[in-house]
Design a binder for this molecule. Structure first.
Ligand code: TTP
Ligand code: CA
Ligand code: CA
Length: 602
């Protein structure tokens, strides 16, 4: 085998022996090799100057406008045109304006008392307003949806507000089999049957696919070397090039439909994809071929790698008195594990470009939703809490309603109010969240005001320095899909209330068909999860066409829900629940031996 790292430090030679694995028909035709798939391809796609781009698009400005986003006095996003003036996130807004007099500085949207929606106000003040990231969250979701739509068989994992990992392994495999049908079947004369290696791969045209990172010796040979690179290509390179083609297309679509430019890294795993995504920015993509991995990793200062920064990086640097990835390759696995604990295996592997973590969509369902504000000026009069409660309620209302667009039955079990008094630990009160059709700011604020009253306990003065309002126990409600959907969305009643839920293990009943008796009986009553009663239409209401009956049932459901809501408001349903003294400041210090403590979290 022609080793591209021949002549480099000996210790590295065998470390990379998985870079050119023999790929057999079995590998190609197996669909579930997971992270061990030798044809695995992963990408990380990150939006360029994301918040700045969101604001530019909202304002319908030309992409060449130098724009920054500020939060109070700090810059949190700097567009690429603004970067050309030497402006960075570190700058103070004043200095940025000195560098570029035409700079457009947009303050991030804020919630303000009395306003249902966040907005761009002229009187922004941290003492009265609260930052809203809702625009960015929504735009982010649009981008993620485009990835998912474009790649129904790919896995998409949102990694932060402006980036996602995409597992291209399946979509690429589909393309491989379609484009090269001659590898889709084991040839009859294959010496080892399904375990025979695939024939040599076709030539690859890397043009227009992005920046291809090359091994040093080829890179230094200059442009013409591309031919040589292709001559040495593997099926994994073919896989990378197909992923790059798909990625480029999706990035173009995101740009033309939504206006965002993005930068992507494409490699054999998450760690490497993330690492090379920022190789060239903005609006570009970078492909890291397996054979280029050693040369790419060796000179990197390991403390620049996300997981190896911070205290762990410091400890490694100190322990071995070195700074680059290449320097650390002489440290054996035993050695690294004896000093840093068993878990240090991942450090050993990362240094060698190995990362076995899966790309996995995290559940879109977060169990809780929290809005919080650190108060620049403490609340002294209990009555002054109301304005903050309304602001936090507005944020929760918007976020819950946003989430319910895709999950109409999403419902919080409880609402919790935390308040921190001076340097004391925070106190909290919680209550069952009322069951009501429209979650408005008023509904939330009314429930939260009650909690506030309990929390402040009729004190004359308080000294509250931070407030948090949260929904907890968020779940897709399970009171029978059809009933709940009928309750929440009267418009869709025809379909939802007559359909059997999929969990029922029975065929779906479409509204056009005559309903069998059992379904019909179901469709004239529902069981309330609050009071456990079966609520049924009167006999005279239960006659007529199925659609009419469904409409009446939906009305009954919403009336019943409103009844509970009214009851909840009338009776104080709260129970005071001590909150685990959670916040990190009070967490007990865990003593651990030496530098092994850095792995406790991992
Ligand atoms: P980044 O992806 O780190 O940066 P960016 O998108 O602004 O620029 P780049 O083109 O270099 O990727 O962060 C995404 C968004 O997260 C950013 O637009 C604003 C926000 N953010 C903060 O609010 N505070 C921070 O300290 C950082 C790093 C980001
Ligand atoms: Ca970004
Ligand atoms: Ca990012």
């Amino acid at each position: 085998m022609n080793s591209p790292w021949k002549g480099k430090a000996k210790a590295t030679n065998q470390d990379y022996d998985d870079l050119r694995p023999t790929i057999t028909y079995r590998h190609l035709l197996s669909n579930n090799l997971g992270v061990r798939d030798p044809l695995r391809v992963v990408a990380l796609c990150d939006s360029d100057a994301f918040y700045a781009a969101c604001e530019r698009i909202r304002l319908e400005l030309d992409p060449s406008v130098p724009i920054v986003v500020q939060q109070w006095e700090s810059l949190i996003a700097v567009s690429y045109p603004a970067r050309e003036f030497g402006i960075s996130r570190m700058d103070k807004i004043k200095d940025a304006k000195k560098k570029c007099p035409n700079l457009l500085a947009v303050h991030v949207a804020t919630y303000k008392e009395g306003e249902k929606e966040p907005g761009y106000w002229t009187d922004i003040d941290t003492r009265t307003h609260k930052v809203s990231l809702d625009l960015y969250r929504r735009e982010s979701n649009k981008i993620i949806s485009m990835f998912k739509e474009a790649l129904p068989t790919g896995e998409v994992e949102k990694a932060s507000i402006d980036e996602a990992f995409i597992d291209f392994t399946r979509p690429v495999r589909e393309q491989l089999l379609e484009r090269y049908p001659y590898i889709a079947q084991v040839p009859v004369d294959a010496p080892n049957g399904i375990d025979s290696p695939l024939p040599p791969p076709p030539p690859i045209k890397w043009d227009d696919l992005g920046t291809v990172i090359l091994p040093e010796e080829i890179d230094s040979a200059g442009e013409q070397s591309n031919i040589e690179v292709d001559g040495d290509a593997t099926w994994h390179d073919v896989a990378l090039s197909i992923a790059a083609e798909l990625m480029r297309k999706i990035r173009e679509d995101i740009h033309s439909k939504l206006g965002y430019t993005t930068s992507a890294g494409i490699a054999r795993n998450k760690f490497l994809a993330k690492l090379c995504a920022s190789y060239k920015k903005p609006n570009s993509q970078t492909i890291l071929r397996n054979r280029a991995i050693p040369d790419y990793l060796h000179p990197l200062p390991f403390q620049k790698i996300r997981f190896l920064g911070g205290k762990l990086g410091d400890a490694l640097a100190k322990e071995y008195d070195v700074s680059t990835v290449g320097d650390l390759l002489t440290v054996s696995l035993d050695e690294i594990q004896s000093k840093f604990g068993e878990n240090a295996l991942w450090v050993y592997e990362f240094l060698r470009g190995i990362d076995r973590t899966e790309v996995k969509e995290k559940s879109a369902l977060f169990k809780s939703m929290l809005a919080s504000k650190n108060l620049p000026k403490p609340i002294i009069q209990p009555s002054d809490g109301h304005q903050w409660i309304r602001i936090l309620a507005a944020e929760l209302a918007l976020r819950l309603n946003d989430a319910r667009v895709s999950m109409p039955t999403l419902w919080p079990k409880s609402i919790v109010l935390h308040a921190r008094k001076g340097y004391e630990t925070s106190r909290s009160k919680q209550a069952t969240f009322p069951f009501v059709r429209n979650v408005t700011v008023d509904v939330i604020a009314t429930a939260a005001d009650k909690l506030w009253k309990d929390l402040t306990d009729d004190a004359k003065t308080v000294n509250i320095t931070s407030v948090q309002l949260a929904f907890t126990g968020l779940e897709k409600t399970e009171m029978g899909q059809k009933s709940i959907e009928g309750f929440f969305t009267t418009r869709d009643v025809q379909q939802t209330s007559l359909k059997r839920s999929r969990e029922d293990d029975e065929p779906l009943v479409s509204p056009e068909k005559t309903l069998p008796t059992s379904s019909y009986v179901e469709a004239v009553s529902f069981k309330c999860t609050r009071c456990r009663k079966t609520i049924a239409l009167r006999e005279d209401q239960a006659t007529g066409g199925p659609n009419e009956v469904a409409q009446r049932l939906a009305t009954l459901r919403s009336e019943h829900g409103d009844f509970h809501f009214a009851q909840d408001l009338a009776h104080s349903t709260d129970g005071s629940v001590p909150v685990p003294r959670g916040s990190s400041s009070k967490r007990k210090k865990v003593e651990s031996e030496g530098i092994a403590k850095f792995f406790i979290k991992k």
